[in-house]
Design a protein around this ligand. Structure first.
Ligand SMILES: NC(=O)c1ccc[n+]([C@@H]2O[C@H](COP(=O)([O-])OP(=O)(O)OC[C@H]3O[C@@H](n4cnc5c(N)ncnc54)[C@H](OP(=O)(O)O)[C@@H]3O)[C@@H](O)[C@H]2O)c1
Length: 349
């Protein structure tokens, strides 16, 4: 069968990543010659995710994943269908979510399945909604779930501030906080349209257009205008002045979950933030970083049963920004850094 894949063409240490950094190539995959344990996966959707930004940097100072070798196939989260199987755990027709190379058709060995993260979507969604496997029932969903429920330890009725609020992770954090914990939910995102969107579609109580606030002091004032008693929790997707403003607004016993720092990803060297940690002593405040993997792998929490149930109960507004064709994966990836997306960016292949 013919397969197409996304390759890294050239590094982008600084500035905006774009189509010039990637190649799309076509190869032949012999799906008739399977070993025991192999499955063949046909991708339906591929996910451009911000964490991949560090893989296309060659600078030694970069925090995050190691750079990918030039010419290699980019890997990340996909959702699709098993079209052949010599593995007793997988049946032809199963819907699958997994972290795999960005290749439209591929043989995945038993060893590869073991070493990556892969989960069955078959009982959770129908094929028309397989894209949920890269969103609410995939990596972003598990990030929102684990970060809010276990890292921030959300309590009923608290006040939460979320940056990147119109995006895949932030939008779900806000909706779980509102629908499950009845929190007062404040979101920050770029522009009036997104502010209106997170209030009307995601149910946020307040929206802050961060582009109106050039520094931490003015952003702090904007948070305090809607939360005069401060915030109990901050879910950080953006870093930089957002982190400083949230820290200044944090109430006693407040918690910050460090999830991401997209405001820094296109820089060669990331900025340090300026906070005084002594503030945390008598207030018992806490800052904690985390990765989604324990929840996605089912090691912590109850992610798949809880999120799929809430989804079926209609608790979430699921928003996707779709790109058609693997050739548009680079443009879709770029949209994360220009703010071109509402909700989850999905590339339909
Ligand atoms: N810890 C983990 O396990 C984990 C897992 C998944 C994701 N993450 C992190 O979570 C964050 C959100 O990821 P996502 O997949 O949900 O992406 P997303 O929010 O769907 O898309 C990225 C958004 O970031 C915003 N943005 C881009 N540049 C910005 C800047 N300079 N300042 C402020 N906002 C900026 C844009 O929204 P605006 O239009 O509002 O600017 C854009 O829509 C990222 O930092 C990502 O690395 C962490």
């Amino acid at each position: 069968m013919e397969a197409k894949s996304v390759h890294l063409k050239t590094y982008c240490d600084e500035g905006m990543p774009g189509p010039e950094h990637f190649d799309i190539t076509t190869t032949a995959v012999n799906v008739d010659d399977l070993q025991d344990g192999d499955i063949v996966v046909k991708a339906s959707v591929m996910s451009p995710d911000p964490y991949l930004r560090s893989q296309i940097k060659n600078s030694a100072s970069t925090a995050g994943l190691a750079p990918k070798p030039l010419g290699s196939v980019m890997s990340g989260f996909i959702a699709g269908k098993v079209i052949a199987s010599k593995n007793p755990k997988w049946t032809v027709g199963d819907l699958i979510g997994a972290s795999l190379p960005f290749q439209t058709v591929q043989i995945v060995s038993a060893a590869a399945l073991q070493s990556t993260v892969a989960w069955k979507l078959t009982d959770l969604v129908d094929e028309a909604h397989v894209s949920h496997g890269v969103g609410v029932l995939g990596m972003p969903g598990s990030t929102a779930y684990g970060g809010l429920i276990d890292v921030l330890a959300a309590k009923h009725g608290e006040t939460i501030f979320i940056s990147g609020a119109a995006g895949a992770v932030g939008g779900l954090v806000g909706q779980i906080a509102k629908k499950i914990f009845n929190c007062t939910v404040i979101g920050s995102c770029g522009g009036a349209d997104k502010c209106e969107f997170i209030k009307t579609k995601f149910g946020f109580d307040h929206a802050i257009d961060y582009k109106q606030y050039p520094d931490a002091d003015s952003l702090t004032a904007a948070i305090k205008a809607v939360a005069p008693n401060g915030i109990d929790m901050y879910f950080d997707n953006v870093g930089g002045i957002h982190f400083e403003a949230a820290f200044s607004s944090l109430r006693p016993h407040g918690r910050i979950a460090v999830c991401g720092g997209i405001s820094q990803y296109n820089q060669a060297v990331r900025n340090n933030v300026s906070i005084n940690p002594l503030q945390m002593i008598y207030t018992y405040q806490r800052i904690e970083g985390f990765m989604c993997m324990p929840w996605l792998r089912g090691v912590k929490g109850n992610f798949f049963p809880d999120m799929s149930r809430w989804l079926k109960e209609g608790k979430f507004h699921i928003q996707e920004t779709n790109f058609e064709g693997i050739e548009n994966w680079p443009a879709a990836f770029q949209s994360l850094f220009t703010g071109g997306n509402f909700g989850k960016v999905v590339v339909r292949v």
